[in-house]
Each structure stands twice: as structure tokens, then as C-alpha cells.
Design a protein around this ligand. Structure first.
Ligand SMILES: Nc1nc2c(ncn2[C@@H]2O[C@H](COP(=O)(O)OP(=O)(O)OP(=O)(O)O)[C@@H](O)[C@H]2O)c(=O)[nH]1
Ligand SMILES: [Mg+2]
Length: 299
């Protein structure tokens, strides 16, 4: 699996020179808070957090704690708790809906999650409610065959809500533990497409009251701050319970993760650290912060 250290290489490279200089400076308080702020902003660290770090920098001269330890503490606090799903103790039947804009990584992530469920000894079912493109459903069915799990695939051009309903129906009939419903990519700015998600949710709830139990937005880390804008819009349309960050390995703007946690109060559950089928990891705040600050162990 890709490591956090490698996954955050690009963001770290953006920050590293500046932060390293700051941390190794005998009197970091003398470095300007403004320079630090500029640096953090280019990595899409949200403004509120930048201000907190700048204040900590200014106060650092009068403190015993090394600056890097202070930053680590502030950043860890900002990320809060992000407990991933405990696959082993997941109640049966559970349902999960994945949403996000085009190409964010929903289908690949649905498959990776199904694989995690299998590895924990559970029975997942993949539901392909991406009826926009023939390739959309086909791609998920291929994944289901490859990893060896149940699947329900809708007809191209069919009703996404009906497929979501059928997926839950099949999960119940086939005694599956979790139905993971993949949806078509949609622009967060296209109102009618966003409304379709509400129909999908309603259909799931109709078949199994309370479903979907989890609704996760899949965000492409390469988009940085724009991913926050998308997540907010999805959140307004369909209440989200968590975020998955894909393509962290390709992003130099991983600072936006703090905004997902702080501004939207969404837990960050999993992160894609590479292109391999097993490159989805439960989000590890400490590993994330350490890799970002370039402290701790390089692999
Ligand atoms: N490097 C990297 N690539 C990823 C990751 N997750 C997905 N991808 C790639 O991103 C591309 C799009 O992934 P999909 O899973 O098809 O995305 P989607 O959201 O289902 O796309 P639509 O259904 O078209 O909206 C594929 O080439 C994936 O291999 C990741 O964590 N890291
Ligand atoms: Mg897809």
C-alpha cells in the first residue's frame, strides 16, 4: 500500500523548504508570520487555521515547546476524530451511498470498500446506480466479478433510484451485510442532477427505512479547495456522513482536508494513496500531519 509519507510528497514539497527553515530556526518567532501564511495558503490550508498557526508562531519565542510540536498539536486538533467504519461489527443490513462529481473516484472506491468488507469476513453487494453511461455500470460489474462479490446493475438510461431500491432489495434477499451504492458523477452546480440524489435516497429509505445509513462524498484531492466547495453543495442537497479523499498522492493541496473537517464538520474516513486496488487506507490523522510536517519516519 502507498504510505502516507509518499502520498503526501507533493504537498510536503510545497511546504517543506519553508517549514523546515522555520522549525530549525533557533528563533522561529523572528520569521514573519506572513511568510508562513503565504506558504500554507498555497497548500489550501483554510484561512482560520492559517491564522491560528501564525499566532502560535508569534508566541513561540516565549514558549518551551518546540514550534514543530505546537504545529503538530494544532493540526491534529483541527482534524478531530475520524473513526473509519468498523466492518467487523457493522450491523446487518447496512447501506452506503457514494456521491461526488465526475471522475472523483466513486466507482473505484466502491470496489475498494467492498474488498475491505470481504477481508473483514462480511458479505458486500455493489449496486451500480450509475445509469448515465453503459460503461459506468459495466465498470462496477467487472470489479464485483474480480473481487468476488454480489452486484446489482441497472440498465443504461434507466432510473437510478430504481436501481438503488433493487440493490437493497437484493442485499436483503441474498443476506448481504452491506449494500454499497455507486452513483453517476454529477456536477455540484447542476441542480436537476443534484435533485436526483434525493430520489435515490428516498428509494433506498422506502425499501429499508433509515437507509442510506451512510452517505459519503468522494473527493478528488487534486482539486484542493474546490473539493470543499463541492462537498458543501452535496451536503446541502443530501446530508453527508463522511468524506473519502482520493488521489492524495497526486495532490499538492492536501491542506483542504482541514477545511472538510473544520468548515463542514465531516469526518474524513478513508484516503486513496495510490492507484493500486489496495491503496485505500483508513484515514490516519497522525500519519497525515507527520507526513505533512515532514516529521517522523520516512519509509
Ligand atoms: N492515483 C489515484 N487514482 C485514483 C484514485 N481513485 C481513483 N483513481 C483513478 O481515477 C479515475 C476515475 O475513477 P472512477 O472510480 O472511475 O471515478 P468515478 O467517480 O466513478 O467517475 P464517474 O463515474 O465518471 O463520475 C480512474 O482512472 C481511477 O483509477 C486514487 O486514490 N489515486
Ligand atoms: Mg463511476
Amino acid at each position: 500500500m502507498g504510505s502516507w509519507f509518499n502520498g503526501l510528497r507533493k504537498t510536503r514539497e510545497r511546504l517543506a523548504g519553508g517549514l523546515k527553515g522555520l522549525f530549525s530556526s533557533p528563533k522561529p518567532g523572528e520569521a514573519t508570520a506572513e511568510e508562513l501564511a503565504d506558504l500554507l495558503i498555497t497548500a489550501d490550508v483554510p484561512m482560520r487555521l492559517v491564522q491560528t498557526l501564525s499566532r502560535e508562531l508569534e508566541k513561540s519565542a516565549s514558549r518551551k515547546e518546540p514550534l514543530v510540536a505546537t504545529f503538530r498539536r494544532v493540526l491534529m486538533d483541527a482534524l478531530g476524530r475520524n473513526p473509519p467504519l468498523d466492518w467487523a461489527s457493522l450491523p446487518t443490513p447496512s447501506t452506503l451511498l457514494l456521491v461526488g462529481i465526475n471522475g472523483s473516484g466513486k466507482t473505484t472506491t466502491a470496489a475498494k470498500l467492498a474488498r475491505m468488507a470481504l477481508q473483514a469476513g462480511r458479505r458486500p453487494l455493489l449496486g451500480a446506480a450509475d445509469t448515465f453511461r453503459a460503461a459506468g455500470s459495466h465498470q462496477l460489474k467487472l470489479w464485483a466479478d474480480r473481487i468476488g462479490c454480489e452486484a446489482v446493475v441497472g440498465a443504461t438510461g434507466g432510473d437510478a433510484a430504481a436501481v438503488a431500491y433493487d440493490a437493497i432489495d437484493a442485499a436483503l434477499a441474498r443476506h448481504c451485510d452491506i449494500a454499497i451504492v455507486d452513483t453517476a458523477g454529477r456536477m455540484h452546480t447542476r441542480e436537476p442532477l443534484m435533485r436526483e440524489l434525493q430520489k435515490v435516497r428516498a428509494a433506498m429509505d422506502k425499501r429499508l427505512p433509515g437507509a442510506p445509513h451512510h452517505t459519503w462524498v468522494v473527493l478528488d484531492a487534486m482539486l484542493g479547495q474546490n473539493a470543499v466547495v463541492q462537498a458543501r453543495q452535496f451536503h446541502e442537497m443530501t446530508p453527508l456522513t463522511g468524506a473519502i479523499i482520493t488521489k492524495l498522492d497526486g495532490s499538492s493541496k492536501a491542506g483542504f482536508l482541514f477545511a472538510i473537517r473544520q468548515e463542514l464538520d465531516l469526518p474524513i474516513l478513508y484516503a486513496g494513496l495510490g492507484e493500486g486496488p489496495d491503496d485505500l487506507a483508513a484515514f490516519d490523522s497522525a500519519a497525515f500531519v507527520d507526513a505533512l510536517l515532514d516529521v517522523g519516519e520516512a519509509p
